[in-house]
Ligand binder design. Structure first.
Ligand SMILES: Cc1ncc(COP(=O)(O)O)c(C=O)c1O
Length: 363
């Protein structure tokens, strides 16, 4: 299957999937689950696909302990569509919503909310280079805010909330694109959760949205059909043709997570993997980790080299040693290792020993 020539993939998304899952998917291409229909050739209206989507929904609910009265949707349009769709559905016209602006994605979500109402940054770390997330005492949420929006993991800058942010009693809306099912998330403490699948859950093209009864009931009359959560709730995410292939892969990824210790197992592995890299970064002045210690991400580790001129050498030697996807986002520069659920511990061990060896040659 060519699995032996795969590189260690540290890309930020679409990201590495467990090889076991990739192999299962490959085997399902000509004939999905013995249905006789190829994976990309099966009708979403068929019993064979209904089984797939039911299974994926069930796993999502079980893994995240989604309360029974919450809705789970598999939509398209990416997390970027949710920036607008959340505000369109949840925010009264002209109403207030507060945002913790810990990165560029949060900034984009805020800009979209401002098309509907009065979105404001309760906290904004841009002048500090997005190195940290706020503690509860660092901001206040307006009394008239209808909800608080935050980004649980900041993919570009490598920061992550390691606590549930205070919302002044208001509903919480979270963009969990880059740490869903890879970090703790108390669904019952949120009213809306959205996440693109292409990091921790599967391929691009599926967006998971989880809504509380409050969030599900907020829609207004006359919303554009496809942007109204009720459209998708009432049709079990199949008002129109969903991403059948993507939902199949997501189900397989969640099944793999279940077989490998569930959410706790995934979190333990992510702690271990990120610990290996942070230990290297903290070990000498050769490396310059980007995020402040209390805000460090388990999913995306970002750093510079003290000698920035060596960064391209690092990236090209890493690639020559079979490690790819390490180039930092252009807004941060430097190096970023994304360590999502599908990234094996062995890949991270290989990266850590490459770093040690690189430092010994160039330090
Ligand atoms: C935290 C976060 N939010 C939103 C997005 C945008 O997602 P999409 O490309 O699915 O619209 C990303 C993509 O990397 C992300 O990391």
């Amino acid at each position: 299957m060519g699995g032996e020539s795969r590189i260690h993939n540290f890309g930020a998304g679409p990201a590495v999937l467990p090889l076991e899952v990739v192999t299962e998917v490959a085997e399902s291409l000509p004939n999905m689950n013995d249905s006789g229909f190829g994976l990309m050739e099966v009708s979403h209206r068929s019993p064979a696909f209904q089984e797939v989507i039911d299974s994926a929904m069930g796993r999502m609910r079980r893994l995240l302990s989604v309360p029974d009265d919450y809705e789970v949707l598999f939509l398209q349009g990416g997390a970027s569509t949710q920036f607008y769709m959340t505000a369109l559905n949840l925010l009264s016209n002209g109403g207030a919503a507060d945002f913790l602006v810990t990165g560029i994605w949060a900034k984009k979500a805020l800009a979209e909310a401002n098309r509907i109402g009065d979105g404001a940054a309760a906290w904004d770390d841009s002048s500090n280079g997005f190195k940290s997330v706020p503690g509860d005492g660092d901001y206040s949420v307006r009394d008239d805010a209808e909800y608080l929006h935050y980004t649980s993991n900041n993919t570009l800058f490598g920061t992550q909330f390691n606590h549930l942010p205070d919302s002044n009693g208001k509903p919480r809306v979270v963009d969990a694109s880059s740490d869903i099912c890879g970090a703790h998330l108390d669904v019952s403490k949120h009213d809306l959760i959205y996440a693109g699948a292409q990091k921790n859950l599967g391929p691009s093209g599926v967006t998971v949205v989880i809504l509380s009864p409050w969030a599900a009931s907020r829609g207004k009359e006359g919303l554009p059909t496809m942007l109204d959560y009720q459209t998708h709730i009432s049709k079990g995410s199949m008002f129109n043709t969903p991403n059948t292939y993507g939902i199949f892969v997501l189900d397989k990824v969640l099944s793999w997570v279940e077989r490998n210790g569930g959410l706790d197992g995934a979190i333990r592995r992510n702690q271990k993997k990120s610990g290996l890299i942070y230990d290297m970064l903290d070990g000498s002045d050769f490396w310059r980790p980007h995020a402040e210690v209390g805000s460090r991400s388990m999913m995306n580790v970002t750093w510079r080299l003290a000698d920035e001129g060596l960064e391209d050498v690092f990236l090209s030697e890493a690639m020559d040693s079979g490690m790819g996807g390490l180039k930092g986002h252009r807004s941060v520069g430097g190096i970023r290792a994304s360590l999502y659920n599908g990234c094996p511990v062995e890949s991270v061990e290989a990266l850590a020993s490459f770093m040690a060896e690189f430092e010994s040659r160039h330090g």
